[in-house]
Every structure is written in C-alpha cells, then in structure tokens.
Design a protein. Structure first.
Lengths: 165, 463, 120
C-alpha cells in the first residue's frame, strides 16, 4: 500500500517537475510548480513528517507561489525577448547534467541502506518533536535566522520601495 | 559567541538609528562599536569556555577557538576600514545610509558564523546570511543597470551554489547521520564511508569553491565586481573572500581532513587552473575593478594551496596571506574609489599621471600593487613565501613552481597601473582628495609594511 | 501513535473535493450549448472595444507587500512548534521566542518608518 502510494506520488512529482521546465507559458510553469509542491508535501506525509508537510503547503505552495506569480506578472511577456541559446551550450549542459545524474544514482545505489541506526521513534516529524529539537539543540540557528530575515526585510524595502523625489 | 551577539546588536542598532532619526551619529557609533567588539573578541583569546545561552549549551553549534577568534579579529578590522570609507562614499545618500550599514553589519555577522561554525547547519546559515545580504548590496544602486545586472547575476549563480551546498550537506547527513563536525570526523575515522558521503563532500566542495571564486566556478566574479558599487566591490573582495576561505579551510582542518586523499586530485587541478586563468585573463583587462577581480581569483588559487596543506596546520600561513591580501586590497580600493570619482572612469587610464597630481596617493598605490604582486619587502611577499613553503613541505613541489611562475606573470598587470601613474601624461581632471580615504590608505600601507616586521609572532599564533 | 496511513481519510476527502470541482467544470462544459462567434469570444470590456494589451507590467508595490508578508508568515510558522511545547520549554523557551520576535518587531518598526506599507 505504502509502496504504491509512494510510486504514484513519485511519478506525479516527476511529471509535474518536467512540465514546469517544458511549459512554454511561464504562467503554466508556475501552476505546475504548485502541483509539484503538493506532491512533495505528500512525500513528507509518507515519511511521517507532518509538520514539514503543512509548512511546505503554507509557505511554498501558498506564499512563495504568489510571489512567483507576481514576478511573472512583473515581466514583460509580450515581446519574444527570450534570447536564443546556442545548441552547443544546450548539448554541453545536457551532457554535464546527465553525467551528474549517473554519478548521483550510482553513488546512492552503492550505499547500503540502513547503515546507521534510525532513532527508535515514529513521531520524529511531529510538531512536538520538531519544537523540542528546535528550541534546545537547534536554538542558535533559530535565533540567527532572525538576522537573515532582517537582512531580507531591509533588502526588499531598499530595492523595491518607490523613492520620493 | 559574544562577538556574534554584540555584532548582531550593532546591526539592530543601525536599524534603530533609522527609526529614531540618528543618522548623523551612525557611522562614528558603528566604528566605535566595532572597535569595542574587536577588544571583546580578542579578550577571548586562549579561553575555551563552551558557548551557551543560559543553561542551553551551544558548543555543538559554534566553537570559538583561536582560529575563529583570529579570523573574526581580521574581519572586524577590515569592516572598520570599510565603514570609515563609507562615511564619505555614502555622503550624498543619507536616506539609505542606515540600510546600507545595517546590511553590511549583517554581512559581518554571517562571516563571524562562518569562522566559528561547528555544525553544518551553522555553516549553511552563515553562508546564506553573508550571501543574501551581498546580493542586495551588489544591486543596491537601483537606477544603474550594471548594478542591477551584478546583483541579479550574483543572486542566480549564488542561489544555485547554495542548492549544491544544501544537497551536499543532505547527502553527508544521510551517510553519517549527524550535522556536527566532530561526529562527521568520527564517521570518517570509523572507516566504513559510504559512496554517498563522497558525493556529498564533492558537492559541498563545489559550493565552497564557488564562494571563493575558484576556476571553473569563477565566471560570476568579474561581472559582479564590475557592476557593484565600488565600496561593495572592496567589501566583497576582502571580507567576503577571507570569510569564504576561512570556512573552506575550517571544513578541511576540523572535519573533512580524512577525505583529503579523495579530494586532493580535484583540488590540485582547481588550484592550478585558478592560478593560471586568474593571472592570464587579468593581463588583457582595462577596467581596474575587473583587473582586481581576476587578481582576486588568482589570489584564491594561492590560498587554495593553503587549503591543500590544511593537514599540517597551515592556518597561520593562510591567516597571514589573507591578512596581507585583504589589507592591501582595502587600501588600494580606498585610493581607487577616489580616482574613479575624480575621473568618472574605472579604467586604467583614469590613473594616468597620478604621480604628478598626487604623489602620495601614487606612492601608496604602488605599495599596495607591489604587495599584491608579492614583491619584497611588503607583506604580500611574506604571505606568498609562507604559503609556498607550506605547500612544498606537503610535497606539492610542481604545483608550487607553477604558482611561482604565475606570480611573475602577475607582476605585469600590477605594473600596468604603476606605469600609467608614473609615465603617462596627466589628464586635466583634478584629483579630488578626501582625508578619510587617505587615512585608510595610510593605515593600510603602514600595516602592509608593519606585518613584515612581526611575521614570527603572526606565524606562531595559530600553531 | 499516528502514521501516514491515518491521513488516508484526509487524502480521500481531498480527492473528493478536487474531483467535485473537476467533474462539475467538465460537465458544464460538455452539457451547455455552444454558439461561438467572433464577437462572443472577444474579451469583454464594458461593451467598449478593447484597447491595448492586458499584459502590462504591474506595480512593484504589490510585490513588496507580498514579500514582507512571506517574511512574517515564516516567523509565525516558528511559533507553532514553540506553542505546542510551551509548558516544557518554560521560562527559557519564552525568552528565546521573545528575543526572536523582538528582533523581527524591530524590523517591523523599520518597515513602518520607511513607509514601505504606505500605498501612496
């Protein structure tokens, strides 16, 4: 049962990810990306990481996708301004990415799974467990991330605020 | 840990200054604050109290060892010098002064995390804080398309590199089951290293090589350096480069030393390529910022020699080299900004006849250029000497010979500017001199010469 | 102890909801009569002939608000695991969160001062 669920989700994820890349219209790319995010959230649920799944839906499929749509609307999509890329660079990047893919698959296949001891708990991805980890072991990264937020806030105001002249 | 805390507070203060309308006080306050933080930072020297907040231990996240303290000190000094320059550079942009300053202080925060991280999560956060702040600063001149291009290019490439970094960390975690540097070291020492782990190390290395702009991950650096505002270029080519190198060095000296035999061939090729591509491409450039970008790439190559030697404690050599490079570059930029502003041009010919217009500035520029080229008696020469001898001690004789030949090639493009200053006729544009730039340049020149007087002391500190 | 199987009901409900939307849309499309003329397919602009193009770049102000929203959205997400563990984390946990939100409150003050949320 779990295996079939995983396979269905995995196939859907790959199809929607490919559709993001191959859609001619950027709007459709963004919509396919939403589908992709939903299927990834499904994977999180299968891995018993409910908190992450919900956060993924709220932040990525919700908020970030709105930003993506805004960016697409900010672009000038009328003129065919897409620069033509040479075939050479396409072939080179396809070969490079393909080789990387082969290495990736080979190295993960060669790794015997189950080498390290999984913590003997099934509720590891639950919100209580995540909270306990976050506010004890990972306290410093949590606090430091506020600096990242501040920097991003100042930056967005600095770059996007209309000047009074 | 306290250093990081106070620096964060200083960044918050910069933001508050905007809210409370204290813009006039801002730069003196930041410089004073950073000087105080420098003192606090140095007081921790040799004391290894584990970091904690209240009863929560943080020692598995950060470790303020002497390595971190030394590099933090260097980073704070560089920042102070840059902030002194900012006083005049942003004189006409008072509306945004607190934005710029707070973001630059946050860049310093990111760098401090990168010096002291003891956990992969902290490494990632440090790099992200540093990079995201820099993307903004590179594009901060909003109505200049080249600045926009610079910010956008840096952002797209940097985001890609961060992706590799995360993927690498994820694979390392998947294989070893831990984020902590000690845990990963133990995992490698235990012998049974999974193939997945090596792929993680490779990806992590790629991301770090991107951040230090090593060949073939260097393509962003000339364009970004050229388009960004000159002060930010100075910031990027000094503080950020030092931070990226310290993080890369720490990665191999504290954690991935056991995989050195695996990354060695890759690192040797990258080092050789970085040195030659940086130096040879710099020969044909006419824009001074681009020359310095390629020179920065070449210097990254020399510092990679230090990373190759990380198993025999080359930290002192890398520190000395980084200090000599960064201080000479800050001084050079101080005078170059002045020249750019006077001539409305960033090309080499802006320096034409500078020796007649302002002999002091010309002499100082010559000192910095010769130091960067590695000519005795300046600090750059000693830096190269230490790095090269460290590399030879580790058996990289051919590579070192190659580096020496290339540093002779490098003399050509550094001399190009000196020749323009001394033997070209002066143009009619007057040189506008501002004391803050001269003060910074003189301090840097004094340090460039002064560092050579106490090399033994500096070489012992990180042993 | 709940596992992913417990979410099956949720998945079924999700499929029913999505299925309902898809079915009604497809059905109305198939059942309804269609008489296509050029005039009827024209974009409707108050009966006036349409001018120009709908794809004009729109104001950056929307984007600024949206990106600031995302920032505070993520901040609030951190509160959820904190609130669930509120009792166990005790006073230290409270101080931790106070520091985090305090920092971001400063950011909010800064945004207000800069007038980034003002529309005109």
């Amino acid at each position: 049962m779990s295996l079939y669920l995983f396979l269905t989700l995995a196939i859907l994820t790959i199809i929607s990810a490919l559709a993001v890349v191959f859609s001619k219209n950027p709007m459709y790319s963004v919509l396919w990306l939403i589908v992709c995010f939903f299927t990834i959230a499904g994977h999180y649920v299968l891995l018993n990481a409910q908190f992450l799944a919900i956060v993924h839906l709220i932040v990525y499929a919700g908020a970030i996708m709105v930003l993506f749509l805004f960016v697409v609307m900010l672009l000038n999509l009328n003129a065919d301004t897409e620069p033509h890329k040479s075939n050479l660079s396409k072939i080179a990047s396809a070969i490079a990415a393909g080789l990387f893919f082969v290495v990736l698959i080979a190295s993960i296949r060669a790794t015997a799974l189950g080498e390290f001891n999984l913590p003997n708990k099934t509720n590891i991805g639950f919100v209580e467990e995540v909270g306990k980890k976050l506010f004890t072991d990972f306290l410093l990264p949590f606090e430091i991330s506020s600096v990242l937020f501040l920097s991003a806030m100042i930056g967005s105001v600095l770059l996007a605020k209309k000047e009074k002249k | 840990m306290t250093t990081l805390l106070y620096t964060t507070c200083l960044g918050l203060f910069c933001m508050l200054a905007e809210v409370l309308n204290l813009r006039k006080l801002l730069i003196p306050a930041v410089i004073l604050g950073l000087s105080a933080i420098f003192v606090v930072n140095m007081q921790q020297w040799g004391i290894t109290t584990p970091a904690s907040i209240g009863s929560v231990s943080l020692s598995h996240m950060v470790k303020m060892d002497n390595f971190a303290i030394a590099f933090s000190g260097l980073a704070i000094v560089i920042s102070i010098l840059i902030f002194v320059l900012a006083a005049n550079y942003y004189k006409d942009d008072q509306n945004h002064i607190s934005d710029y300053l707070s973001i630059m202080v946050f860049v310093l925060c990111g760098a401090l995390v990168m010096f002291s991280y003891n956990n992969m999560a902290m490494l990632f956060l440090g790099i992200e804080i540093l990079s995201i702040s820099l993307y903004i600063m590179a594009g901060s001149r909003r109505f200049d398309t080249r600045s926009n291009e610079s910010g956008m290019k840096y952002f797209l490439m940097g985001a890609f590199a961060s992706g590799f970094l995360l993927f690498g960390i994820a694979l390392i975690y998947g294989a070893s089951g831990t984020f902590e540097l000690e845990g990963i070291t133990k995992y490698i020492a235990a012998g049974e290293v999974a193939p997945m782990f090596y792929l993680g190390v490779t990806l992590l290395l790629f991301a770090m090589l991107f951040k230090v702009s090593a060949v073939p991950f260097h393509f962003w650096s000339p364009d970004v350096y050229e388009g960004a505002p000159a002060l930010i270029t100075a910031f990027m080519s000094t503080l950020v480069k030092v931070a990226a190198f310290a993080a890369l060095y720490r990665l191999f000296s504290h954690c991935l030393g056991g995989t050195m035999y695996y990354v060695e061939p890759l690192l040797i090729i990258v080092t050789g390529a970085t040195i030659i591509v940086g130096n040879v491409t710099a020969l044909s450039q006419i824009n001074v910022k681009r020359i310095l970008a390629y020179s920065g790439i070449a210097h990254a190559g020399y510092m990679l020699l230090g990373v190759l030697s990380s198993q025999t404690n080359a930290a002192s050599s890398v520190f000395f080299y980084a200090a000599a490079y960064a201080i000479a570059t800050v001084g050079l930029f101080a005078l170059a900004i002045m020249t750019f502003k006077s001539n409305f041009s960033e090309n080499v010919d802006a320096f034409n006849g500078l020796a007649k217009k302002n002999p002091v500035a010309a002499a100082l520029i010559s000192i910095f250029m010769l130091s960067l080229a590695g000519i005795p008696p300046f600090a750059g020469f000693l830096g190269k000497y230490y790095i090269f001898s460290e590399a030879i001690r580790n058996g990289y004789v051919t590579l070192t010979l190659f580096a020496v030949i290339n540093s002779i090639i490098a003399v050509y493009y550094y001399l190009k500017v000196i020749i323009a200053m001394y033997s070209q006729p002066a143009n009619d544009k007057p040189m506008v001199v501002h004391p803050t730039y001269m003060v910074v340049a003189i301090i840097c020149a004094a340090a460039t010469i002064g560092l050579t007087l106490v090399p033994d002391m500096l070489m012992q500190i990180l042993k | 102890m709940s596992t992913s199987i417990d979410y099956l009901a949720l998945a079924v409900q999700f499929m029913v909801a999505a299925g309902f939307v898809v079915t009604t849309m497809v059905a109305t499309h198939l059942i309804g009569p269609k008489r296509k003329t050029a005039d009827k397919l024209e974009n409707f602009e108050c009966g006036i002939e349409s001018k120009g193009n709908a794809r004009i770049p729109f104001s950056i102000k929307y984007f600024l608000i949206a990106i600031l929203f995302v920032m505070f959205d993520v901040e609030v997400i951190f509160m959820y695991p904190w609130a669930v563990n509120f009792r166990e984390l005790g006073q230290i946990g409270f101080m931790e969160m106070l520091f985090f939100t305090g920092t971001l409150l400063l950011g909010f003050l800064y945004i207000l001062k800069k007038g980034a949320l003002k529309w005109h």
